[in-house]
Design a protein around this ligand. Structure first.
Ligand SMILES: *[C@@H]1O[C@H](CO)[C@@H](O)[C@H](O)[C@H]1NC(C)=O
Ligand SMILES: *[C@@H]1O[C@H](CO)[C@@H](O)[C@H](O)[C@H]1NC(C)=O
Ligand SMILES: *[C@@H]1O[C@H](CO)[C@@H](O)[C@H](O)[C@H]1NC(C)=O
Ligand SMILES: *[C@@H]1O[C@H](CO)[C@@H](O)[C@H](O)[C@H]1NC(C)=O
Ligand SMILES: *[C@@H]1O[C@H](CO)[C@@H](O)[C@H](O)[C@H]1NC(C)=O
Ligand SMILES: *[C@@H]1O[C@H](CO)[C@@H](O)[C@H](O)[C@H]1NC(C)=O
Length: 359
């Protein structure tokens, strides 16, 4: 169990971030986003959640995302993203035709109206719907930060009604924390329901502020994350954990439908990260005829032993991690997070799987 705990521990430290929902019964979220906003209109993206969405809010002094080798592909040095390069938020922003929004943390130093125009990122790696093992703001607190900006008139309600989208990525760290504290997966369905009922409260708050489109990530297949796949020497995904993701996504989907039904429109959409990760992994598997590419579940950057992880240095400042030669050939950057190339593949899958479903 110690081993299990240390896994979960690094899962948390490295900040997990996801909010993903299944799109089976939904019209295509991505296409809808663009249509909803209308081409050429000003759009603002507000981002909440964990490390899949954080682009630099976590504190420099504590977060691995600010240490080498994070950021080596983009922007070329560590800059607070939990990857070698771009993350989900960057792909969503690019799809909307806007710049990746500035992080909330920067705002305190320098507020220029031109900088807040594209929206703001309130996501903090390691956080969840509930408090986790990291001392950073949970989802409720992140939404409060957003409310404060309306009170301070950085944004008006009218701004939000006419041109805003929220992206919410949560729950991975909630699960990580639960297992760290309990040591097993027992009573997890009850916990899933409590995560989602709190999430619904937060989503309604965002809606009540005026946001007209709220995109929530479904859980990625947690059992395929290298942190868990390592137990099969990266050969297999852990099916127990994948079932947890599937159950979460099923409940999430139901609740989003209820929310949409209650408001008589489709404010809430989910991003099916489960299928998108699976499809990106399959693509990776197909490429592995090339001997350069290792198992698709094996991360590019790893600690030299169990005591270390990607980015670790010892007391003497010596590197205690190894980085693969070609991060663009790996799906995963570290034990939890996709590479930029992995996110690119995930985002392509989201686009191509959803678009044909448009009626
Ligand atoms: C979020 O964090 C605040 C401050 O730590 C805490 O008071 C609140 O209970 C937390 N909310 C949830 C839903 O865990
Ligand atoms: C999958 O994860 C569960 C829960 O952490 C663990 O009990 C089980 O041994 C794992 N299975 C494999 C094949 O690693
Ligand atoms: C949607 O809402 C209406 C009225 O609030 C209710 O009668 C109906 O059963 C709901 N449909 C679903 C699918 O939940
Ligand atoms: C829901 O929307 C439909 C079509 O836009 C409209 O006819 C209906 O009155 C609305 N119902 C409620 C409860 O707002
Ligand atoms: C992987 O290869 C198989 C067989 O060539 C092909 O049918 C499938 O579409 C490929 N999948 C991806 C995601 O490229
Ligand atoms: C890892 O750390 C533990 C305790 O801190 C120590 O006992 C062990 O020897 C270390 N293992 C390696 C491979 O450095």
């Amino acid at each position: 169990m110690a081993q299990q705990n240390s896994n979960v521990n690094s899962l948390i430290i490295f900040c997990f971030t996801t909010l993903f929902v299944i799109t089976e019964t939904h019209a295509v979220p991505l296409k809808e986003l663009v249509e909803h906003q209308g081409h050429g209109s000003l759009k603002k993206l507000f981002v909440f959640g964990d490390s899949y969405a954080d682009t630099g809010n976590c504190k420099k002094s504590v977060s691995g995302s600010w240490k080498p080798p994070y950021g080596i592909t983009f922007p070329g040095k560590p800059a607070g993203r939990f990857s070698d390069g771009r993350v989900l938020t960057d792909y969503v922003a690019s799809y909307l035709g806007i710049k990746s929004p500035i992080v909330n943390d920067n705002r305190r130093n320098s507020v220029k109206s031109s900088q807040v125009m594209d929206g703001m990122n309130f996501a903090y790696g390691g956080t969840g719907v509930f408090n986790t093992l990291v001392n950073e703001p949970n989802l409720t607190t992140q939404v409060k930060f957003f409310e404060q900006l309306l009170e301070e008139k950085v944004y008006s309600r009218q701004d939000l009604i006419s041109s805003s989208i929220a992206l919410v990525s949560v729950a991975g760290n909630d699960y990580g924390t639960y297992v760290f504290q309990k040591g097993n997966l027992q009573d997890l369905p009850t916990f899933t329901k409590s995560i989602i009922s709190q999430l619904v409260v937060n989503l309604k708050s965002i809606q009540n502020l005026g946001v007209q489109k709220i995109v929530v990530t479904a859980m990625e297949p947690m059992g395929c994350l290298p942190r868990l796949a390592v137990f099969s020497s990266y050969k297999n995904c852990n099916e127990s954990w994948n079932s947890v993701s599937k159950f979460h996504n099923q409940i999430l989907q139901q609740e989003l439908q209820n929310l949409n039904n209650a408001s008589n429109n489709s404010v809430f959409v989910s991003l099916d990260l489960y299928s998108a990760f699976m499809s990106a992994l399959t693509r990776q598997e197909n490429n592995s005829g090339n001997s350069e590419v290792r198992s698709s579940l094996e991360p590019c950057c790893v600690g030299v032993s169990d005591n270390y992880s990607c980015g670790s240095v010892d007391e003497k400042g010596e590197k205690k991690y190894k980085v693969c030669k070609n991060p663009e050939l790996s799906m995963f950057w570290d034990n939890i997070h996709p590479t930029q190339s992995g996110w690119n593949a995930v985002f392509s899958a989201l686009k191509s799987s959803s678009l044909p479903k448009l009626h």
